[in-house]
Design a protein around this ligand. Sequence first.
Ligand code: GDP
Ligand code: MG
Length: 598
Amino acid sequence: QRQKYIRNLSIVAHIDHGKSTIADRILEMTDTVSKREMENQVLDDMDIERERGITIKLNAVELKYHAQDGHTYTFHLIDTPGHVDFSYEVSRSLAACEGALLVVDAAQGVQAQTMANAYLAVDNDLEIVPVINKIDLPSADVDNVKTEIADMIGIDATNAVLTSAKNGTGIAELLERIVTDIPAPKGDLNKPLKALIFDSVYDSYRGVVLSVRIFDGQVKIGDKIKLMSNGKEFEVTEVGVMSPKAVPRQFLAVGDVGYITASIKSVQDTRVGDTITAAERPTDHALAGYRKITPMVYSGMYPVDNAKFEDLRDALEKLQLNDASLEYEPETSQALGFGFRVGFLGLLHMDVIQERLEREFNLDLIMTAPSVNYKIITNNGTMQVIDNPSQMPEPSDIKEIQEPIVRAEIMVPKDYVGAVMELSERKRGQFQTMDYLDNYHVNVIYKLPLAEIIYDFFDSLKSSTHGFASLDYSISGYEAAKMVKMDILLNKEPVDALSFIVHEDFAYERGREIVQKLKHIIPRQQFEVAIQAAIGNKIVARSTVKAYRKDVTGPLYGGDQTRKNKLLDKQKRGKKRMKEVGKVTVPQAAFMAVLQMG
Ligand code: GDP
Ligand code: MG
């Protein structure tokens, strides 16, 4: 029977250990993509992914493999992101699989995200096939990595597949092991349709395209399907698989991973994690959906051109369909006008969303400094959660402010424990425990304020441990902290979008730093601009941007016109990310200056 020859698997790993390259080699060896069509990292099809060399979105592809047992198998391979910001995408894809290839770099060994992803796979009852990659590197130490996998994760790695995705070694064995080690999908073809939506994307021609895993039954063109969360019914217009481009099929049946379109025009109708069933013969039980995840950081997002507010709303709506972790609601700023408060999983996520909105939806955006959320307990006993400094009540009304705290697990070779502790203490961390994972690796556990960790903690950690530390964290609760709101005034007018919340102990220092930064970021105007940092009524630092004298094209007068035009062009493009705040022109960088401190 058909199902016996299907294998659904994910590739999980710490970032840069070689998932995407292994996926490329597998596609090549199975002739899914011809040598000629082969571009690096085929599955990373977003421009941003290629440019940055990272996987952001999960991608599912179908391929055929002629195994040594004489049968042809159908694999559905789901590549997943490795960065901690995107672990939500990983857990989504795992729910569609029976097995996972756990890729570990032969030189770097087990890292924090290797462990985190391995646990996600175990939680989803997946069969794990350990793969040790990059064995071509001179610093590869296969035996040591096997021991690490066994000691640190608790998986037997004696038979780990050894690969070099770079030169193709071991990929043939890997394909066989997928057949022998990963179980065929369970489920019943004769039962009513039951399919999990694990991703979706909006296509302007076809409407919403749903990525699905069929757990029972089958679906074909013309079928009436029903979404179990809201009871809405649609007629299927196309089903197919990604191979790696969309290939229409007659039907999708139990065990398959593919896509469905059904003229779904409203993006609100579909939710990732929802179950699809047959309208006429529905299943009784929906599949277990996904847990809702909460954003870690919030930032204001404003169109440079106020008239584009509705376009931004539309774009966010469409992007949310493709990224269920994105949350937003409208907000207004005195300085920036109408925009949205948007929640993100981390700063990389924020960066990626901004870039996707600008590229895919052709918007020019101003974003305000990211902030975590705070619980404010007022003197009259009420509690409110704020995610924007401008919502902070008057200091005299506040009894207590609580900030989100994370439990951070920092994995590091023992020689660097001192450096990790020094950094964590400086970031207001509270030491918890320290475990030796083996003779060499230590897991250092700290409680740290999320506000300190989201900014540059990871970069500082990397540099103070020469790249050897890896980090994983999750919110553990809220704790009281002495936080204050810092206002920034331009020519005596407070600019709400520049306010930020900071710990009392660092407030003066940050105030001084920010006015210096802004002095260099805010361009000269026709008049002098006074910059002040204030806590309540108290000015803690000030600086001045002098009035400008020269036209930008001044030195080129009499010179050649094309050069002059180029310069004017450049200036115009730069302007796109500027906003008039009162009379002062403020560039995007000013709103992010707070990120470059501490
Ligand atoms: P991902 O983040 O896990 O998807 O990792 P990538 O597949 O993007 O690989 C990260 C880097 O490692 C890239 O520069 C690859 O070219 C390189 N790489 C991947 N596999 C190998 C390998 O087997 N040997 C060597 N030397 N480099 C590899
Ligand atoms: Mg990748």
